[in-house]
Design a protein around this ligand. Structure first.
Ligand code: C2O
Ligand code: CU
Length: 618
C-alpha cells in the first residue's frame, strides 16, 4: 500500500452499518412468516452489512468506501421504492408498505453511514487520527447506533401481529364457531333499519357519519322486537357496528377481528338481535374504534319498555365530541332546548359518547348536573334502579360509554337545565368548551356546581334480591390490575402502554368461562386515571367498592367506572356463549393495551385481527 492510498478506518461507519444489520436480522423472522423471499433478502442483507463492517476494519480502501456507498444507497433506494410505489416482487406486488419505526431506524443509520463514506472518499489522504480525535468523531455514531438498533430491533421483534386469533379452533376438541351464534327464529315484531356509513360535511368539517348525521339516527324499538339493521359501508375504510350494552348473540356483536371481519368499502352486513331488555343503549363502530368514533360513527338506541305508561316527555341526550374538534355537544348542539309543560313527567336519557381525543388526567368523565327540579336517577346503563329516591342537584359521574336516565316532574314555573358538560381544553391554560340543555322556559336557579356532592351509586335506592349480589360462591374469580404508562415494545414500536395485569392487548390472558359460570372480577386501579371498564354481551352486578358491599339498590352496569386508587368487585353470570371483549372505554386506553376477551369453553372464532385481515378492534 503506498502512502497516497492509505485510507483511514472509519469506526463510525462500522457502528452505523452494524446497527442497521442488527435491525435487518431482527426483522427477518417476521418477513419469513409473511413472504419467504423477503425473509431471505433480509438475512442476506444483514450478512452483507456485517461483512462490510468487518472489511471496513480490516481492509479499508478507496474502492471499499465507494462500493459501500453504492451498495448502501441501493438499499435505501429499495426501501424508498417499497414505501412509495411498492415492489414488483412482494406478497402483493406494487402495494406500498407502511413506514414503521424499525425500517425508519435502519434507514437513518444507513443514510448517515453514506455521509461518512462520502467524506472518506473525499479525504482519502487523511492522516491517522489521534486517540482523542478518534474518540470524538466516533462518539456520535457510538451513541446513535446502539440507541437506534435497540429501538429498531425491539420494534422488529414485537410487530403488530399478522393474524392474531383470540380464541383459535383447537384440533381434537369439539368446538362451535361463534359465527353460528345468532338470534333464534321467532315471530317477534320486526323493526328494520338501514345505516349507511359515509363521508359527510358536518359544521364545515368532514365527518364519518351514519345516514348523514352526527350522532347517527336514534333507533327506537319496543322491548321484545326483532331488530334488523343493515350496515352499508360507503366509507373509504372498513367498518363495523357494535350494540353497546345490549346482550346480542355473539355473531352480532360487531367486533372486527373477533366476531366478524370489518365490512370492506362498498360492502354490507346485516345485524339481527332481539331487544329483550328495555333501556338506554347506543351503537358505534368497533373497527379502528379509536379513530372511527371521534369521526362521528355513533348513535343512540332506545328500547322502550313493554308495560308501563309512556312517559310524557322522553328525550335522549347524547353527549359527544364534534368531529375534528375539542368542542363538546349534546345531540350536535352546544345549547339544546327541549319542550316541556309544567307538570309533565320528563325522562332524560343521558349517554356519554365523548370521544377519545381526551388525554385529560382523570380520563373521560363527564359530571352533568340537573338543576331546577328534584329528580331521580331511574336507571344506570339502561337498567332500572330499585326505588330511587329524589335528589337535589348532584354531579353524576359518567365515564365514556355509560348512561344515566334522570326522571323529574316539570316545576309549575321556570325551566330545568342540565349543565356541567365539558369538552377538552386543548392547552393547559385554555378553558374547555361546555354544553347545556334547557328543558322548558323561564329562569333556572344558578348553582356553583363544582362544589356539589357527587352521586354515589353504592348507596342509592333500596336493596332487592339479586342472584349475583346474593351469591356466596363464584365459579371463576379474576383480579384485573389497571396500570398506565407501562413502557414496552408493542405493535412494532416503543410504547407506553395501558395494561391489565401488566400485559397489553392482544396478548392479555383471556378469562376462560363455561356456560352458567358465576364470575367475579376484582378490578384494582393502580394508575392515575379513571377507567370505565366495559364488558360485551353481559351485565355486571356491582358487588363492592373498596371492599365495602353496596348498600342500596342492586346496580347493573355494562361499564364500571374505576377511579385512581379504587378497587371494585363486580360479578356476572356467563349466560351468553361467545368470545366477548372486556376493555376500557377510554378509546386511547383500549388501543393502548387495555383490552382483552372472555372466552367460553368450546367456542372458537374464525376471525383474526392484525395486518393480514386489517381488523383492528380497538
Ligand atoms: Cu362501546 Cu367495546 O364498546
Ligand atoms: Cu382507561
Amino acid at each position: 500500500m503506498n502512502r497516497d492510498e492509505r485510507v483511514v478506518r472509519s469506526y463510525s461507519a462500522v457502528l452505523l452499518t452494524l446497527g442497521a444489520a442488527a435491525i435487518h436480522f431482527a426483522a427477518a423472522s417476521e418477513h419469513f412468516s409473511e413472504y419467504l423471499p423477503y425473509g431471505i433478502f433480509f438475512v442476506l442483507l444483514g450478512f452483507a452489512q456485517v461483512g462490510l463492517a468487518i472489511a471496513l476494519v480490516l481492509v479499508p480502501s478507496r474502492r471499499l468506501f465507494g462500493a459501500a456507498l453504492v451498495g448502501t444507497l441501493a438499499v435505501i433506494g429499495i426501501w424508498l421504492m417499497s414505501r412509495t410505489t411498492g415492489m414488483p416482487i412482494a406478497p402483493v406486488p406494487w402495494r406500498p408498505e407502511e413506514i414503521a419505526f424499525p425500517d425508519f431506524a435502519a434507514t437513518l443509520l444507513e443514510a448517515i453511514s453514506c455521509l461518512v463514506f462520502i467524506r472518506r472518499l473525499r479525504h482519502l489522504n487523511a492522516r491517522r487520527a489521534g486517540r482523542v480525535r478518534l474518540a470524538l468523531v466516533t462518539a456520535p455514531a457510538f451513541l446513535l447506533s446502539p440507541l437506534m438498533a435497540f429501538g429498531g430491533v425491539g420494534g422488529a421483534l414485537s410487530p403488530m401481529p399478522a393474524a392474531y386469533d383470540t380464541a383459535p379452533f383447537v384440533a381434537g376438541q369439539t368446538s362451535t364457531s361463534m359465527v353460528d351464534l345468532v338470534a333464534p327464529d321467532g315471530a317477534q315484531p320486526l323493526k328494520e333499519f338501514t345505516l349507511t356509513a359515509a363521508l359527510t360535511a358536518v359544521g364545515g368539517q368532514t365527518a364519518w357519519a351514519y345516514n348523514g348525521t352526527v350522532p347517527g339516527p336514534e333507533l327506537r324499538v319496543r322491548q321484545g322486537d326483532r331488530v334488523n339493521v343493515t350496515l352499508i359501508n360507503h366509507l373509504p375504510v372498513a367498518t363495523s357496528i357494535h350494540w353497546h350494552g345490549i346482550n346480542v348473540p355473539n355473531a352480532m356483536d360487531g367486533v372486527a377481528g373477533i366476531t366478524q371481519d370489518a365490512v370492506a368499502p362498498g360492502g354490507r352486513f346485516v345485524y339481527e338481535f332481539i331487544a329483550n331488555e328495555p333501556g338506554t343503549y347506543w351503537y358505534h363502530s368497533h373497527q379502528d374504534t379509536m379513530n372511527q368514533i371521534p369521526r362521528g360513527l355513533f348513535g343512540s338506541l332506545v328500547v322502550e319498555p313493554n308495560a308501563s305508561a309512556p312517559t310524557v316527555r322522553d328525550y335522549t341526550l347524547m353527549i359527544h365530541g364534534l368531529p375534528n374538534s375539542d368542542a363538546v355537544a349534546v345531540n350536535g348542539s352546544a345549547s339544546l332546548h327541549l319542550d316541556a309543560n309544567p307538570g309533565d313527567t320528563v325522562r332524560l336519557r343521558l349517554i356519554d359518547a365523548v370521544s377519545a381525543m381526551d388525554f385529560g388526567p382523570t380520563g373521560t368523565v363527564q359530571m352533568p348536573v340537573l338543576m331546577g327540579a328534584p329528580y331521580t336517577v331511574a336507571a344506570l346503563d339502561g337498567h332500572d334502579l330499585n326505588q330511587p329516591q329524589p335528589l337535589g342537584p348532584e354531579r353524576i359521574p359518567l365515564g365514556m360509554g355509560q348512561r344515566a336516565d334522570l326522571v323529574f316532574t316539570m316545576p309549575s314555573a321556570g325551566a330545568v337545565r342540565l349543565v356541567g358538560i365539558r369538552g377538552i381544553a386543548p392547552f393547559p391554560w385554555s378553558r374547555p368548551t361546555t354544553a347545556s340543555v334547557t328543558i322548558g322556559t323561564g329562569p333556572v336557579p344558578a348553582v356553583n356546581f363544582s362544589s356539589l356532592p357527587t352521586f354515589d351509586l353504592t348507596r342509592y335506592g333500596v336493596p332487592a334480591p339479586d342472584p349475583v349480589l346474593d351469591a356466596t360462591r363464584f365459579d371463576v374469580t379474576r383480579q384485573i390490575v389497571l396500570s398506565g404508562g407501562v413502557p414496552m415494545f408493542r405493535n412494532g414500536t416503543f410504547d407506553v402502554a395501558d395494561t391489565f395485569n401488566g400485559q397489553a392487548s392482544p396478548f392479555i390472558q383471556p378469562i376462560n368461562v363455561r356456560l352458567g359460570d358465576l364470575v367475579r372480577l376484582h378490578i384494582v386501579n393502580r394508575s392515575r386515571t379513571t377507567h370505565p371498564i366495559h364488558i360485551h354481551g353481559h351485565i355486571f352486578s356491582v358487588l363492592a367498592k373498596n371492599g365495602r358491599p353496596i348498600s342500596g339498590s342492586p346496580v347493573h352496569l355494562d361499564a364500571i367506572l374505576v377511579g385512581p386508587g379504587d378497587n371494585w368487585d363486580v360479578g356476572f353470570v356467563a349466560d351468553n356463549p361467545g368470545i366477548w371483549m372486556l376493555h376500557c372505554h377510554v378509546l386511547i386506553h383500549a388501543a393502548g393495551g387495555m383490552s382483552m376477551t372472555i372466552n367460553y369453553h368450546g367456542i372458537y372464532t374464525p376471525f383474526t385481527m392484525g395486518t393480514a385481515s386489517g381488523n383492528i378492534p380497538e
